[in-house]
Design a protein around this ligand. Sequence first.
Ligand code: F6P
Length: 326
Amino acid sequence: MQTMKKIAVLTSGGDAPGMNAAVRAVTRGALSKGWEVMGVHNGYAGLLGDEFQRLQARDVGGIVHLGGTVLGSARCPEFVQPHGRKQALGHLAKHGIDALVVVGGNGSQSGSASLAREGFAVVGVPSTIDNDLYGNDVSIGCDTAINITLEAIDRLRTTASSHRRAFAVETMGRNCGYIALMAGIAGGAEVIALPEQELEPAEVAERLRAAYQRGKTHALAVIAEGARCGVHELMQYYGAHRKSIGFDLRVTRLGHVVRGGIPSAADRVLATRLGAAAVDTLAESARGVLVGMVRGDIVITPLEEITGRTRPADASLLELARVMAI
Ligand code: F6P
């Protein structure tokens, strides 16, 4: 069993609200075990570029409530290349780092898996608004993203009802419909379009038309970024069938707004638990694993098992949303 003396932590991929709480938890969890901690700036790009900074307890003070990541993040294609990883491993060795904690989503944890394959001690902490990581029920950032989407839905409903309009709201999530599904159910959406269960534009329009005919004063269609029937396709269809739908239809694309701002309490608590658990996992000599939350418990899954897999949203909940929209 290797005795841990010094670890590094980085945040990688798309920033997610709660990443800072995770960095704080990793740092303070490790310091409390008597280890040294180095923060790596700008994700894997900082590993390649030798951007290390010693972190003490006060360096991670006053960040638990901040969105984004104080360490900075990046998407780093060079890290996929063997020469990029060699450079990264060289810098980790130069600083005497025994293990690395990677806070990030799917792409970032594939990077962790390749470092683990090279024999380096890595633990992944799932952080992505998309909530699409295998081996984990809920990732850091997705609760805040759902709440931001929900707030937008609630606000748009005000105008929709006042003007008897329909709104199509596009929210982020890459190829996973989790944010759209949860925000759509919580916001009482008339239609939810997900990549996990595709709808044709004609079907979305038909549901809006039916809502109009049932006497609704508004209709909300929540469209996941990755759905094939996107807001563009929907507007094209609407342009050709405007009269028969009843509602006037407008589009709002939330884009990166969904990823910004302060993390929710749930994301801060999740990030604190997962960050501390990553340190405990290293203390127990487990390596090459993702530390996730499954049914409320900390569960570790080998990174090899999660690589190349994703976790889809539970499309069976669409039926519930449909019943609620009558
Ligand atoms: O993975 C998080 C995410 O926000 C996705 O929902 C979105 O598709 C993507 O990142 C956007 O990436 P970028 O910020 O690099 O444009």
